[in-house]
Design a binder for this molecule. Sequence first.
Ligand code: PEP
Ligand code: MG
Length: 536
Amino acid sequence: MTCLRGVGVSPGRARGPVAVVAAELAEPASGPAPGDLVAEAGRIGPAAATVAARLSDRARSVSGDARSVLVTTAAMAEDPALVRAAERLVAEPGLPAPRAVWEAAGQFIAALRAAGGYLAERTRDVADVRDRIVAELLGVTPPGVPELTAPSVLVARDLAPADTAGLDPARVLAVVTEEGGPTSHTAILARARGIPAVVACAGVLGLDAPGLEVDGNAGTVEVSDGSVRAAGPRSRQQWDGVGKLADGHPIKLLANVGSAADARAAVAAGAEGIGLFRTEFCYLAATGEPTVADQRAAYAAVLAPFAGKPVVVRTLDAGSDKPMAFLPAADEPNPALGVRGLRVAFQRPDLIDRQLSAIAAAADTGAEVSVMAPMVATAAEARWFAERARTAGIARVGVMIEVPAAALAATEILAEVDFVSIGTNDLAQYVFAADRQLGAVAALNDPWQPALLRLVAMVAEAASKAGKPAGVCGEAAADPALAPVLAGLGLTSLSMNSVALPAVGTALAGVDLKACRDRATDAVAAADPEAAPRRR
Ligand code: PEP
Ligand code: MG
């Protein structure tokens, strides 16, 4: 029986016939030059509008983050800058329209790639829009997810956000991709839709199999006969909305949010508060720094649904994978190791002071507001931030532990702040020297890696000695099998995508503290991630 191993990024087991996502388009020819250049250029705008309309139609049939991804992609298809650049390439040097679109998009992609980080991730979206417009101009089927007539296992090299956003859980039994990492769009959206998914599964496109059996927990993909078995609905009703173990030991279950819509979804899912409000999502589209009043309003919209409950607002985590248009990008050979997170604030203290005063002002929504800083490396940095935050009138101040040095200096850092929150996404990336966006090194970014868990244990122990809370707000917190391990290590809160809350809450309610401690001991002592005895 052929069995491939990738990285399980969305839990559940399912089996079904294979549907392969159409391969990318071949580069369109650059000749012969069209006879009527004006007429040829005139085809581009309508083709782009047709693509945008189709994407908008699909957006109307879905909701939430799926809709926003499709709306963004539709807007990209209609971007007059892209259409005009392509029209110019028809006029001079006389390219056929499909080739002109291809090259114009290529210029955009090169610019995004040069910008690096978060913008570089958008190159996939531009390529997706390019392919749709080119296919429209050529009159061929666009690449992407085929129309599914029966429940299927979707297999692809990678999925564009627009593809993943439109996936119908009733038709898509599971998703397997050759590329992608645990924080890729495919992973996050598959998790949000409850579709089992395995990424970074090398060789899956080469399998000539009638069906596949996918285990999104173990990260395995086996050849099957094409019969169907769906993953089954995730249990939602067993969690009563209070984070605690079977013996009553409390562990706060919080949500990660980036917008008011996320905050409302978090309330609906029963979050006891917000453990990570990624404020950079309020800045991403801004071409200039938002005013304090605008920031206050954006923060208040997120805080308001959590009146009377704890909300941890993270200050701007700009740089690296999240460059901001209004902050000139430094020319850094290694942006993930460069001026990002709190390091931006050292260069621009005015910026963080304005943000802190906007956050302090938004506290009038009634939420119990704390702030925390991203990318803190030393106790001196933690002190610098804590002083500024307290001067701005915010009483409760914490920092993220996502740089290995900060985990090693947790005791000294905790002496400066009121709490810490472990960002396992970056902590794993830095401790394993493995880019968190890269499928090829995804296995190293597995939150079950014992070396990562040992650092987590170190932080939890330092916090418990200091008598201060320590939580996890990276993707590790969303794994129901890992949650008891994290509780056993002594963490006091877990913050996650709100879709994961019921499963994590249910998993914790089924074990007592002694069992959690045993699991933690086993997982930390394991030789490798697979060896953790109660991994699944
Ligand atoms: C993390 O690094 O784990 C984290 C929660 O922050 P982000 O994913 O926003 O970098
Ligand atoms: Mg981080």
